[in-house]
Design a binder for this molecule. Structure first.
Ligand code: AMP
Length: 416
């Protein structure tokens, strides 16, 4: 038997309904912030992620699904959304005519070759959004507010937003130098990965999972102490705005989101201080890195699957209606043909209708009525049909009503 691949999953049944509910909430919320939907291709030129995400990152070094197609092109399954969205922004030359910010959101499958465990898969979904063209603490605050409201609307009220600032290029460079000087004498005490990170991307050491509790990391210099005046004022303004908007946040100097292109505000969303449910920040350097003109940009990505798990852990009730409106029971050929015709008419009018497609006995069909939790049922009957009538039964009260077939839609409209 061929089975699904490690770290992948099928989505069906109740899980599919839960996701439809979550999708609806998230896209309605995005519309309120005037974000438009975008979907980018599953695979892109490998170079996009190698340059965009960063050659030195774990993601590119160890986690991407890279392959050659039959035309010998180097391709990669997207491991995240931002680089693809920036590619789209550049390819369409939106930077040339930025009278208003460009705001887009996505809900896409991502692919990373990671060790699968609960909340960590090889194929997983991220809901995320990106905003191009504004460089102001107020746009940072708007992005944080959109992320914050998303979790709250999903019933996760206990989330904390952890924020930090890396400052502008100058502040970030000063910090990097100080961190390197500080870590140099301790480097042999850190894990193997961190020793490599030290050479390529020392900021990443701060969000290492292995060393996070070590005193070396705990006592490391803090980015906020290296912000120049302008960057500091900007971060203070952001904190004031978040206070004003009553957003529950904490300043956490360990949040650095080690990718090279981040600057100023970075943030993560955590629940009960456990793993991250999402993360984002300002990435003013990325459009330029990918060959465009310097363009301010900010964004966020929610770990969709982890968020669903968190909703389950917190017993968030997801209203799923798993009952149908009407079951049409039939035995004779005319009854069955009428069932087909009536179902067509009623479904077009918005009702959820089932019929017997298996030529079963009435007794078996009654069992389906219960399994599908039908709110109403009709036992079609040749005598009634000859008079253009049906007997509609309310499956809860067991009351019956004889009505004209032509009145069925109006009657159900009134009673459902
Ligand atoms: P990142 O793009 O790495 O910042 O990830 C953003 C969010 O996506 C994280 O906070 C996680 O919630 C989620 N995430 C990242 N990697 C995975 C994965 N392999 N499986 C499931 N969720 C993930």
């Amino acid at each position: 038997m061929i089975t699904k691949q490690k770290g992948t999953y099928d989505i069906f049944g109740e899980e599919a309904k839960k996701r439809a509910y979550v999708d609806e909430i998230l896209s309605t919320l995005c519309a309120k912030y005037n974000y438009g939907y975008i979907e980018t291709p599953v695979f892109e030129a490998s170079e996009l992620f190698h340059r965009g995400v960063g050659e030195a990152t774990d993601m590119v070094q160890k986690e991407t699904y890279d392959f050659k197609d039959r035309g010998d092109r180097n391709l990669t399954l997207r491991p995240e959304g931002t680089a693809s969205v920036v590619r789209w922004f550049l390819e369409n030359k939106f930077y040339g005519n930025l009278t208003d910010p460009i705001k887009v959101f996505y809900n896409m499958k991502m692919y990373r070759y990671e060790r699968p465990q609960s909340g960590r898969n090889r194929e997983f979904t991220q809901w995320g959004f990106e905003c191009f063209g504004c460089d102001d603490a107020r746009s940072d605050a708007e992005v944080i507010s959109l992320a914050y409201n998303a979790y709250r609307l999903l019933g996760l009220d206990d989330i904390t937003i952890k924020i930090n600032s890396l400052g502008d290029k100058e502040s970030r460079e000063n910090y990097r130098n100080a961190l390197v000087d500080y870590l140099k004498p301790h480097i042999s005490e850190l894990c193997e990965d961190c020793q490599e990170r030290f050479q390529k991307n020392p900021l990443r050491i701060l969000d290492c999972k292995v060393d996070s509790e070590s005193d070396i990391i705990k006592n490391a210099p803090k980015t906020l102490d290296f912000l120049n005046e302008e960057s500091k004022e900007r971060f203070d303004h952001l904190c004031e705005l978040l206070d004003l908007m009553e957003i529950n946040y904490e300043v956490d100097c360990k949040i650095v989101r080690g990718l090279d292109y981040y600057n100023h505000m970075v943030f993560e969303v955590v629940l009960d201080d456990s793993y991250a449910l999402g993360g984002g920040g300002r990435y003013n350097g990325l459009v330029e890195t990918l060959g465009g003109p310097s363009t301010p940009a900010v964004g966020f990505a929610m770990g969709y699957d982890r968020t669903l798990l968190a909703m389950q852990e917190k017993n968030v009730r997801i209203p799923i209606d798993d009952s149908i409106d009407l079951y049409l029971l039939s035995v004779s050929d005319t009854e069955k043909d009428t069932a087909a015709y009536l179902a067509q008419e009623l479904r077009l009018n918005g009702f959820v209708v089932e019929t017997d497609l298996l030529n079963r006995s009435l007794k078996s069909q009654f069992k389906s009525v219960d399994r599908y939790k039908a709110k109403f049922l009709i036992v079609l009957n040749d005598d009634d049909l000859a008079k253009n009538e049906v007997v509609l039964k309310d499956n809860k009260t067991k009351e019956e009503e004889r009505i004209k077939m032509n009145d069925l839609v109006d009657y159900l409209d009134m009673h459902l």
